[in-house]
Design a protein around this ligand. Structure first.
Ligand SMILES: C[S@@+](CC[C@H](N)C(=O)[O-])C[C@H]1O[C@@H](n2cnc3c(N)ncnc32)[C@H](O)[C@@H]1O
Length: 172
């Protein structure tokens, strides 16, 4: 699978950042991870009620509280407390890769209408520098404030995609 590199243990930093932020916020809450790839984050979170995830590529991972839907983001219709989109931006803004969604941003906005308490978006720093992918989302999510944002690096830096950023949006 094209995104297997995201499951390399060096990427644990990403899951640690997100799980640390969510630690005291997700008791009995519903989490939705759209276009999840391999939803490794599931193993880092505790106390939530259910973790929904979707992708066009099936997953092998299983878990008591993990509900995976093998569908496109356009078809996802789940009301969540925490909405997540990790790895944003390539398909719509930069690449012609058929395995990168062109509709994920619009799906994020549609699912944000269910008023999740938190929306977590992650992308590649270069995508923000070149195409303002995160800036666009910040401007469009009118009912949310930026609660926390971090630039991070997956060491060693061998390529542009090792320099990343995560923004945590909180409902106003
Ligand atoms: C850049 S990867 C990100 C994976 C994961 N969110 C992460 O950051 O580890 C993009 C993912 O979107 C999935 N995908 C692409 N187009 C999609 C679509 N239209 N609907 C649902 N998933 C899609 C791919 O299969 C892939 O797993």
């Amino acid at each position: 699978m094209a995104w297997e590199y995201l499951n390399d243990s060096r990427w644990n930093i990403r899951y640690k950042i997100i799980s640390s932020y969510l630690k005291d916020k997700i008791k009995d809450k519903v989490i939705l991870d759209i276009n999840c790839g391999i939803p490794t984050l599931y193993n880092y979170l505790e106390g939530f009620s259910v973790y929904y995830a979707n992708d066009i590529i099936p997953i092998e991972m299983v878990g008591d509280k993990l509900i995976f839907q093998n569908i496109k983001d356009e078809e996802v219709d789940i009301k969540s407390d925490v909405l997540m989109l990790l790895g944003l931006g390539g398909g719509e803004f930069l690449t012609d890769d058929p395995l990168e969604s062109r509709t994920e941003r619009q799906s994020l906005y549609r699912l944000s209408k269910y008023n999740p308490d938190y929306i977590i978006v992650e992308t590649i720093q270069l995508y923000e520098e070149r195409c303002k992918v995160m800036t666009i989302i910040k401007s469009d999510l009118k009912n949310y404030i930026i609660d926390y944002e971090i630039m991070y690096i997956v060491h060693p830096i061998n390529d542009f995609y090792h320099k990343r950023m995560i923004t945590m949006f909180k409902k106003k």
